[in-house]
Design a protein around this ligand. Structure first.
Ligand code: GSH
Length: 86
């Protein structure tokens, strides 16, 4: 299974929901990077994603986007294959 990395903040309902979706697909470990306590991480997130909101989710090297994009990916049947990609 691919590694999953998520930029988050402490208070973030979309982050919680995104984690639930990923866990429901068998993801046991999510590397969380807190941007509310780490200004450098916030800056880096904005640079590499062009986004300001959390979550920002990476599956392997692929930037999925936020919660809504994760949900859409699953709706298209592409989330599980991406998680399982070598
Ligand atoms: N449509 C976005 C919504 C994300 C969102 O609104 N996240 C909130 C935290 S739960 C946020 O980052 N708010 C700060 C802001 O809008 O600048 C998604 O699906 O991820």
């Amino acid at each position: 299974m691919q590694t999953v990395k998520m930029y988050t903040t402490a208070v973030c309902p979309y982050c919680i929901r995104a984690k639930q979706i990923l866990k429901s697909k068998g993801v046991e470990q999510i590397e969380e990077i807190r941007i509310d306590t780490n200004p450098e991480a916030r800056q880096r997130m904005m640079e590499i994603t062009g986004r300001r909101t959390v979550p920002q989710i990476f599956i392997g090297e692929t930037h999925v986007g936020g919660h809504d994009e994760l949900l859409a990916l699953d709706g298209r049947g592409e989330l599980v294959p991406l998680l399982g990609a070598a």
